[in-house]
Design a protein around this ligand. Structure first.
Ligand code: ADP
Ligand code: TRP
Length: 334
């Protein structure tokens, strides 16, 4: 199995979409072939989070929250390498070097940047109004995260696929200029859970405010599920696949999901019952992790210690690539 790496940004509380779309598939991949060619890498990209200039205390709290979340859901900090991005400043050096062989036009095509430009133009503003260089160069930093460890497999949610494709292009243009130094990575996207819907049926996302926090207690889960928008068909009438069913497929065991799917098709299940089933299945999935998360959060020094150990292992993992890149480019003395 090729080496894997993934990261999840410390902005806001992690939600069910993050878990189903990215955290669970990444943990499954990490467990699927043991250590493979080196321990799987997970990190918390706090440099990336600076694009929205969060208050410093909030950023640090979010780093700890994500660290605890990943462990609560099954990351093993003794086997996997779990670190905070800013404990590995080598990534900034590599970002600069990669930026020198990366075409600017490649970054013009990144979805997030294009969306920001489109929004400006739609509001009659200048194309680049208010868009920071951090937002623009975000994909190069992300490429550096991946290439620094010679990772080949990058499990991400669907909306991050393009960023990993940019990382491929960035690696290839460096290799064209300097020889085959960098490993060209591949995105790994879980086809079952490509886009987890939120309350209103749109993609579950912090930006839409339609998300369910992973740490939500049972009554918050029930209240959230009760607010999922449905049509007004009575129980006996057949139903179209909807948000309830899509989420149920993600959180319930396969046989139970197939059963609800059949009852949707044939009629014989009301939305109230379907919502109750969904709330129970979410609780079964996240309940045990919520308790573990609370225990971990009660010991921030323990979490910081885990990150410090991870940082040491991550720097070891990065050292060979940085040395090879420096040698290939003529930086430092041979
Ligand atoms: P948000 O959209 O809430 O800001 P992020 O962009 O921080 O979420 O996403 C972190 C990770 O979780 C990414 O790999 C992303 O692809 C995945 N992800 C986020 N929301 C969803 C979703 N609704 N469905 C599937 N994957 C998701
Ligand atoms: N851009 C990712 C997100 O917004 C987070 C991220 C940063 C990442 N660097 C990465 C993911 C490297 C995978 C690999 O969710």
């Amino acid at each position: 199995m090729p080496r894997m790496i993934t990261g999840i940004k410390p902005t806001g509380r992690p939600h069910l979409g993050n878990y189903l779309g990215m955290i669970r598939p990444a943990l499954d991949l990490a467990r699927s072939a043991g250590a493979g060619d080196g321990a799987p890498l997970f990190f918390v990209p706090d440099y990336h989070a600076l694009t929205i200039t969060p208050p410093p205390a909030e950023l640090r709290a979010a780093v700890l929250d994500l660290t605890a979340t990943l462990i609560a859901f099954g990351l093993d900090p003794d086997r996997d390498i779990l670190y905070r991005q800013s404990d590995l400043p080598e990534v900034c050096e590599l970002t600069w070097i990669l930026g020198c062989t990366c075409a600017k036009g490649l970054l013009n095509r990144a979805h997030a940047y294009k969306a920001a430009v489109a929004d400006n133009l739609a509001h009659g503003r200048q194309a680049d109004h208010g868009i920071g260089f951090g937002v623009y160069s975000y994909p190069v930093l992300m490429a550096a995260d991946i290439l620094l460890h010679r990772a080949a497999a990058v499990p991400v949610g669907r909306d991050q696929r393009q960023h990993v494709e940019i990382a491929r292009d960035v690696a290839e243009s460096f290799n064209r200029a300097y020889g085959p130094v960098l490993v060209v990575p591949e995105p790994v996207v879980d086809e079952r859970m490509m886009t987890v819907p939120g309350l209103d049926g749109r993609k579950m996302s912090k930006s839409y405010g339609n998300q369910l926090a992973l740490a939500a207690p049972p009554d918050e889960i029930r209240r959230w599920v009760s607010r999922i928008v449905t049509d007004s068909r009575p129980p006996a009438e057949p139903k179209e696949p909807d948000t309830i069913l899509a989420l149920y497929r993600g959180v319930a065991p396969d046989a139970e999901a197939r059963d609800l799917e059949r009852r949707y098709r044939t009629g014989g299940v009301g939305y109230a019952e379907a919502k109750a089933l969904l709330a129970d299945a979410i609780e079964r999935l996240v309940g045990p992790a919520r308790e573990r998360h609370a225990e971990l959060m009660a010991d921030p020094a323990g979490l910081r210690d885990i990150l410090a150990r991870g940082a040491g292992r991550a720097r070891e993992s990065a050292a060979g690539t940085i040395a090879a890149v420096r040698a290939a480019t003529g930086l430092g003395w041979a």
